[in-house]
Ligand binder design. Structure first.
Ligand SMILES: [Fe+2]
Length: 436
């Protein structure tokens, strides 16, 4: 099987070392070029991690482009001795261009990379405290105490084990790490996988053994952005879902996984209407994966992922039928104290009482940590329109991977006299229970 693999090509020595040292190539380059004395500690850590036994055989000579002379011959085993020399030369002069480095994908090397990737992936998933946003940390905290996080982490081990069976997948993951300019070589993939598995576990509502289904959605979430690596990661494109799906198919992912990746941000149907308006357009797994991405994107975009703000935005997207209501409800219950989650759920039910086609009642405020107290609407012909006008000075934008999905436009809104009293009654009832 190894013979079918292409050579693994690195642009330079920093990229080659990035997966070995588990840091990004750009950080390594910056550190070493600033301070050449770091080379010996890099070499030391390579020696102690068994780099010399990893079986890196050069399948092309390493060339110094400035002088067009081969520095290391084709067929040579790349050892720490060579690494030290190449790093020294590379760091002496910032303008030196040594590379590319082409490595033969021998079985020994694939095995070396397999254990490296297994360790990197498992370490990321085991340590959920690394999550940067408040929303994600809250989510993990709740999922941990309900026991769902543990199941998701166990399933993740199956996801990574299955992926790492394929040498093509191993080398693709290594390329992803090497090209990544970020600290997290797999981007948001591992978080998306855990969140999707926790959510889908609860979404299925079956206490039985759903691990197969969880592994499918976890695999899709992990690979969903595989086409975005390196600098591409910063500028996600609308095509990346299709491109990632194509790459996952080449790596041998199942048709279900490939289909899920293709739809992982699908909030609209082919006619441009909210996706949930089209019955059967999304499978339950796809609904959960889309909700997962709306959540993780919102966590990284909005004010440090304030859980209540994130929950309100997602509830807004769900009310507009861009994201599945049930998935959002489960998310809200994990993210929020019971009463806040209850207010959002009930608001949904209250808003659904409005039957006017032109009306789009919005819960207000939908930003910040305040509990919403009114329904606003711009339907000028509605009999429930009141004189109480609120001016929204800036549009509230919902972005998913750079695409605007649903927003509250700036302008004047009237307080709805039909829905707002129900919301107020709800607050009074909750306060009456002493926990408002
Ligand atoms: Fe994506």
């Amino acid at each position: 099987m190894g013979g079918l693999l292409n050579d693994i090509e690195y642009a330079d020595i920093f990229e080659l070392l990035a997966p070995e040292l588990e840091q990004s190539a750009s950080a390594l380059r910056a550190a070493l070029q600033k301070d050449g004395t770091g080379i010996s500690s890099v070499v030391q850590s390579l020696e102690s991690s068994g780099f010399d036994d990893s079986g890196m055989i050069l399948s092309a000579p390493v060339i110094d482009h400035g002088q067009a002379i081969p520095l290391v011959a084709e067929g040579a085993k790349l050892t720490t001795r060579y690494v030290k020399a190449l790093l020294g030369r590379q760091c002496q002069d910032v303008n030196t261009a040594i590379g590319p480095l082409k490595i033969a994908p021998t079985e020994a090397l694939v095995a070396h990379y397999r254990s490296k990737m297994r360790r990197v992936l498992n370490a990321i998933v085991a340590d959920v405290s690394r999550a940067r946003s408040q929303g994600l940390r809250r989510f993990y905290g709740a999922a941990d105490s309900s026991g769902h996080l543990k199941v998701a982490q166990e399933c993740f081990a199956e996801v990574s084990e299955k992926l790492l069976e394929s040498p093509e997948c191993v080398t693709s993951l290594v390329r992803m790490v090497a090209a990544s300019a970020r600290r997290d070589p797999f981007g948001d993939g591992p978080d998306a996988a855990l969140v999707a598995m926790v959510l889908f576990h609860q979404y299925l509502d079956r206490p039985g053994d759903d691990r197969g289904a969880l592994v499918t959605i976890g695999t899709a979430a992990l690979l969903q952005d595989i086409s975005l690596s390196g600098e591409n990661l910063q500028r996600a494109t609308a095509q990346h879902a299709a491109q990632s799906a194509g790459m996952a198919a080449t790596l041998g992912a199942s048709p279900r996984v490939v289909g899920l990746i293709r739809q992982h941000h699908t909030m609209t149907d082919p006619q441009g209407r909210p996706a949930l308006m089209s019955r059967g357009f999304l499978t339950p797994e796809a609904k959960v994966l889309v909700a997962t991405n709306a959540f993780t994107d919102e966590c990284s975009q909005s004010a440090n992922g304030n859980p209540f703000e994130v929950a309100k935005k997602l509830s807004h997207l769900a009310a507009q039928r861009y994201v599945d209501t049930r998935a959002v409800r489960i998310l809200c219950r994990l993210l929020l104290p019971k009463l806040k989650a209850y207010v959002l759920e009930q608001s949904d039910r209250i808003a659904a009482q409005c039957t006017r086609a032109e009306a789009t009642p919005i819960l207000w405020p939908i930003l910040g940590d305040k509990v919403p107290t009114v329904f606003l609407c711009q339907d000028s012909l509605c009999q429930h329109r009141t004189e109480q006008v609120s001016h929204i000075s800036r549009p509230v934008v919902f972005q998913v991977e750079g695409q605007e999905v649903a927003s509250v436009s700036a302008g004047d809104y009237s307080t709805c006299s039909a829905l707002t009293p129900h919301l107020r009654a709800l607050h009074v009832a909750l306060q009456g229970r002493g926990r408002g």
